[in-house]
Design a protein around this ligand. Structure first.
Ligand code: HEM
Length: 220
């Protein structure tokens, strides 16, 4: 006879394996469990190291959730770039129209007498951008003097004659940078100055190009 049978036949209920524990014993056990849990929580919350680990964990979870949301969000459709402007010279007044607030959002900016289409630098020069003060304006003075306040631009034509040699060299450096990055669309006109007739210039360029192309085709 095995021990199980012995318990069952002896008439002692506590010896039976299948008998559930009494309710008060269950309450006491869950109370102890709760106490242990509270102890662990208070241990975590009172240790600076644990607290910082907890904070890092929460932060990482937050970042993972945020990244997933971002990955699932529809990507903004970038509008196609605006067509290239035909070459033309601008008065200060004509330039002002291209401040990024027009229907096309085109932004022009003058540097040292040259007008550049800086629309693709909208994050710099567009409304609310860090250099938005230059949109549709002559930016030479601001760039030469590293100013972004009201002293950076003038409402009337600015001949820059009071700038120092160093400041003028800075303006020229900027002009080179703009030349490398943006389309040159024309010149800024002094008051009373006649605009260049670029149609003639462009016709000449086109005929030179077609002559060069036909010469290249003949030599092939
Ligand atoms: C705390 C001062 C400044 C900081 C931290 C700063 C920062 C920057 C940075 C990081 C760029 C590079 C953008 C890129 O090519 O990705 C940039 C470009 C530029 N910054 Fe500043 N800048 C400051 C002051 C100025 C000032 C005072 C001016 C003008 C007066 C200025 C005019 C420009 C211009 C024109 C660009 C070129 C944007 C283009 O490529 O079209 N910045 N700046």
């Amino acid at each position: 006879m095995d021990s199980k049978d012995a318990g069952a036949t002896s008439g002692n209920p506590s010896a039976s394996v299948n008998t559930p524990p009494p309710a008060d014993q269950l309450i006491a056990e869950s109370g102890t469990l709760l106490q242990r849990l509270a102890g662990s929580v208070s241990e975590i919350l009172t240790s600076p190291l644990n607290l910082s680990l907890l904070a890092v964990t929460f932060y990482l979870i937050y970042k993972i959730i945020q990244d997933r949301r971002r990955a699932n969000a529809p990507r903004p459709v970038r509008p196609p770039p605006l067509p290239k402007l035909p070459k033309k010279d601008y008065t200060l007044e004509e330039l002002k129209v291209f401040n990024g607030l027009g229907p096309e959002g085109r932004i022009l900016m003058a540097v040292n007498g040259k007008v550049f289409d800086v629309t693709r630098g909208k994050s710099f020069y567009g409304p609310g951008g860090p250099y938005g003060i230059f949109a549709g304006r002559d930016a030479s003075r601001g760039l030469g003097t590293f100013a972004l306040d009201d002293s950076a631009v003038r409402d009337t034509y600015d001949d820059l004659s009071d700038l120092t040699l160093d400041q003028m060299n800075t303006v020229k450096d900027w002009e080179q940078q703009f030349q490398d990055k943006y389309h040159l669309v024309g010149r800024l006109l002094r008051p009373g100055e006649e605009p260049t007739d670029y149609a003639l210039e462009e016709e000449e360029e086109a005929s030179q190009k077609s002559a060069a192309d036909s010469l290249e085709n003949k030599t092939k």
